[in-house]
Design a protein around this ligand. Structure first.
Ligand code: DGT
Ligand code: MG
Ligand code: MG
Ligand code: MG
Ligand code: MG
Length: 262
């Protein structure tokens, strides 16, 4: 089909290669999940079936793209962090974002019945965007921002639903009760009114889920330098965690992460 008289229209396509030498983060988020969760009678505020299904879909995306070093997810969203040097699809934004989004969505649908007894009652879909971070510290701040968001929302939602369900309050009453409260007040409401120690809530709810690539046990990858070959990348194992990534200790205990992100 080369050189037909129609070929000039190709020139209307725009280049969208992402800036080189920057960390690419692709974040996907469920469309209208407020409604989706009601339609499928999700447990409030957290439905572990859906969170584990999200995790399953994310693990499939991470496995498929070996240049993804870390993924972080909570609620109806997931962020995928690519190594700075990735050349996949010449770093074309639309290729990267649309592949991640559609693979995530199809994995979510494909695995639905492994987590839910009820059939899907509507079609889930996810939006996606790419954001670039110029330094390791700004990338860390991005991830910290998402995890802090998870924590703030989960503490609020846990208290809100305790007031609603166990405290028999209306939506409005629960909102009023929580207006102006700080974190310590919510811990106190949970403990004194409902006997709930927030610290004992499941780690997945409080911290979200992290997938990282790491060297297989006993494999000293770090000594092999910063540019891992495709074969070396394939040997890395995927680890699933529900831990704090805001603290320095997370990164100090895993020095290979910064290396793999190069
Ligand atoms: P969007 O993203 O603008 O299309 O709209 P939504 O409705 O997806 O809003 P978003 O993404 O800001 O908030 C996520 C919604 O999903 C929020 O209403 C809480 C809900 N959700 C997420 N995970 C769970 C869960 O495990 N249980 C329940 N009951 N709701 C959840
Ligand atoms: Mg939203
Ligand atoms: Mg959403
Ligand atoms: Mg969301
Ligand atoms: Mg094609």
């Amino acid at each position: 089909m080369a050189n037909s008289r129609f070929e000039y229209v190709k020139g209307f396509e725009k280049a969208d290669n992402l800036l080189p030498e920057t960390y690419i983060v692709i974040r996907i988020d469920g469309k209208g999940f407020h409604k989706f969760t009601e339609k499928h009678e999700f447990a409030k505020p957290n439905d572990s079936r859906c969170l584990e299904l999200m995790n399953k879909a994310a693990e499939i995306v991470v496995s498929e793209f070996t240049d993804i070093v870390l993924a972080y997810g909570d609620s109806d969203e997931y962020s995928f962090v690519w190594c700075k040097g990735t050349q996949l699809y010449e770093r074309r934004e639309s290729k990267l974002v649309s592949h991640v989004c559609s693979l995530f969505t199809s994995a979510f649908v494909f695995n639905w019945s492994k987590f839910f007894d009820i059939p899907l009652r509507s079609l889930p879909s996810f939006d996606g965007r790419a954001v670039l971070y110029p330094s390791f510290s700004s990338l860390r701040d991005y991830l910290s921002w998402r995890q802090a968001d998870c924590h703030i929302n989960n503490l609020y939602n846990t208290t809100f639903w305790a007031l609603r369900l166990q405290g028999k309050m209306s939506n409005r009453e629960a909102e009023e009760r929580l207006k102006g409260t700080v974190s310590a007040d919510k811990h106190e409401i949970l403990f004194s009114q409902f006997g709930i120690n927030y610290n004992n809530e499941p780690e997945m709810y409080k911290k979200g889920t992290i997938f990282t690539r790491k060297p297989a046990d006993g494999d000293d990858m770090l000594s092999k330098g910063t540019n891992l070959s495709k074969k070396q990348k394939k040997k890395l194992v995927i680890e699933k965690l529900h831990v704090d990534l805001i603290a320095d200790s997370f990164w100090k205990e895993r020095p290979y992460l910064e290396t793999f992100m190069n």
